[in-house]
Design a protein around this ligand. Structure first.
Ligand SMILES: Cc1cc2nc3c(=O)[nH]c(=O)nc-3n(C[C@H](O)[C@H](O)[C@H](O)COP(=O)(O)OP(=O)(O)OC[C@H]3O[C@@H](n4cnc5c(N)ncnc54)[C@H](O)[C@@H]3O)c2cc1C
Ligand SMILES: NC(=O)c1ccc[n+]([C@@H]2O[C@H](COP(=O)([O-])OP(=O)(O)OC[C@H]3O[C@@H](n4cnc5c(N)ncnc54)[C@H](OP(=O)(O)O)[C@@H]3O)[C@@H](O)[C@H]2O)c1
Length: 436
């Protein structure tokens, strides 16, 4: 019996499901939400989604579409960087076009997944207080990796409001407040820009320097410009990217920001068009790392002290799979040795789709992973015999040499990764016809 369980109906889960069905496989997808879209279903209350009212993607539409269903096939005239709501509609249109809805069980939480003695997955779900157990031959995990907050810890207590960017929905509650934003990633810079529109003062604390990449270079989306250099050897490609950004924005010192001590690819890229502008307009104030809290005061490592009403920690997310027992699998810290960021060295009926952090967009590569996974389950793609070595190699030979912080365990270069995945697929892998 081949029966596949897909966990999650976000951008990764829907393409996993679509490709399983394309191969004629029996599949069921569970999602605890009420519709397709995952992170892209904005909710003004705290939910799975981490987008806020004004979020637009940072990977441009040209490089952020499924091959099987492009943005032009969805809706002509979308902007270069669509909003979260345009993306929600795109993902829901994908699910409708490929007739996926009948296969998705909504409002159903996957509670636990365990292998039994017959190497089958025993999956426990909960819906409306009722628990159900089902058995599957294969498990495809697409539960997302930007929903469980990673909170920072400092000595002392902060007696104002301390929250994570996951809870940030819009700037309204911060009107007239003194805000401290922690972090130098995309959430931190977006949140600082947003709060600065209404706050009395917004300060941003970076524990290191980052190169801020503008959304547009030479009038084109930056990732489109970068992709024109994709044919160059990696070092040269990144050298030119770094140089271009530096020519455009100048040195961080001009903005009172720390200079980066790593190459542009040494961290996940921070792409923001407005932060530097806000700094030079006296709306966002840069600071270094934090030493400790004392009441509403924050003591910075440079010895300066400031008082804040609210601290918004934009300090990233933890990779979490709460449906697995911790001693079975735990990627919340340290290496993630999965071949093609998808296959486990030991469990040949377990697949992860979309669990990588590209310099670029997630779902086009998740689509390619899904096609390989579906072919593997169908018996059309053979798992390499040296999978143990290949899993190990993922860790020892990353595409990019990045700083060792918790967020950098699953990075891939978009172009290298998608090219690598395509090598495992036939030339005619694009499949646009809806399954009838
Ligand atoms: C603010 C923000 C902006 C971003 N911008 C970009 C961008 O510009 N480009 C880009 O490529 N990526 C971006 N990302 C990354 C984001 O993770 C991906 O865009 C995308 O949402 C990944 O899709 P996914 O399906 O893997 O995960 P998700 O979108 O998180 O979907 C996971 C799904 O699984 C379901 N689920 C989880 N656990 C369970 C369970 N136990 N039982 C049942 N269902 C479950 C959830 O309800 C959800 O529907 C951004 C992330 C954030 C936070
Ligand atoms: N508009 C958009 O499309 C958009 C908006 C927001 C987020 N996103 C995406 O969502 C994902 C998550 O982004 P994110 O910005 O939330 O998280 P992130 O990329 O993990 O960045 C976290 C930031 O917080 C810092 N940090 C972590 N722990 C810290 C600590 N204890 N003290 C001080 N600083 C700490 C990190 O520093 P180090 O550099 O030292 O690791 C980093 O600067 C990314 O894929 C991102 O691209 C996209």
């Amino acid at each position: 019996m081949t029966k596949v369980c897909v966990i999650g109906a976000g951008p990764s889960g829907i393409t996993a499901l679509k490709n399983l069905i394309d191969q004629g496989l029996d599949a069921v997808c569970y999602d605890f939400n009420t519709d397709v879209g995952g992170n892209w279903i904005y909710n003004e209350n705290v939910s799975h989604s981490s987008v806020f009212e004004t979020t637009h993607i940072i990977s441009s539409k040209t490089l952020s579409q499924y091959a099987d269903f492009t943005f032009d096939e969805f809706e002509k005239g979308l902007p270069d960087y669509p909003s979260h709501d345009q993306l929600r509609r795109y993902f829901q249109a994908y699910a409708a076009k490929f007739k996926l809805y009948p296969y998705i069980k909504f409002e159903t939480l996957v509670i636990s997944c365990e292998l039994n003695e017959s190497n089958q997955w025993v999956v426990q779900t909960s819906k409306g207080g009722q628990t159900t157990t089902e058995v599957f031959s294969h498990l495809v995990v697409c539960n997302g990796h930007h929903w469980k907050p990673r909170m920072p810890h400092y000595p002392g207590n902060f007696t104002g409001k301390l929250m994570h960017s996951h809870e940030f929905k819009n700037s309204t509650p911060f009107k007239g407040q003194r805000i401290l934003v922690i972090g130098g990633g995309n959430s931190a810079c977006d949140v600082a820009v947003e709060t600065s529109r209404v706050s009395t003062k917004t300060t941003i604390s970076w524990r290191r320097g980052y190169r801020i990449v503008p959304k547009f270079l030479f009038g084109k989306p930056s990732d489109v410009v970068a992709s024109r250099m994709a044919f160059l050897p990696t070092r040269l490609k990144f050298f030119f990217s770094e140089l271009t950004v530096k020519i455009f924005s100048g040195s961080n010192k001009n903005y009172g920001l720390q200079e980066p001590e790593h190459a542009i690819t040494g961290t996940h890229p921070t792409i923001n068009e407005e932060l530097l502008y806000k700094v030079r307009h006296g709306k966002v104030f840069p600071k270094g790392d934090i030493e400790r809290f004392e009441g509403q005061q924050v003591i910075f490592k440079d010895g300066s002290v400031e008082e804040f009403d609210t601290i918004i920690a934009c300090t990233g997310y933890i990779l979490a799979h709460p449906f697995f027992k911790e001693d079975f699998l735990n990627y919340s810290e340290g290496d993630v040795p999965l071949y093609l960021k998808m296959l486990h060295e030991k469990y040949d009926n377990l697949f992860f789709v979309g669990m990588f952090q590209p310099l670029g967009c997630i779902w086009p590569a998740a689509e390619l992973q899904s096609k390989i996974a579906a072919r593997a389950i169908k018996g059309m793609w053979k798992r390499p015999e040296n999978i143990v070595d290949l899993c190990h190699r993922e860790v020892t030979h990353p595409h990019l040499n990045q700083i060792k912080t918790p967020r950098h365990t699953i990075t891939v270069d978009f172009h290298l990764f998608t090219n690598e995945l395509k090598k495992h697929l036939p030339a005619n892998y694009v499949s646009k016809s809806p399954v009838l």
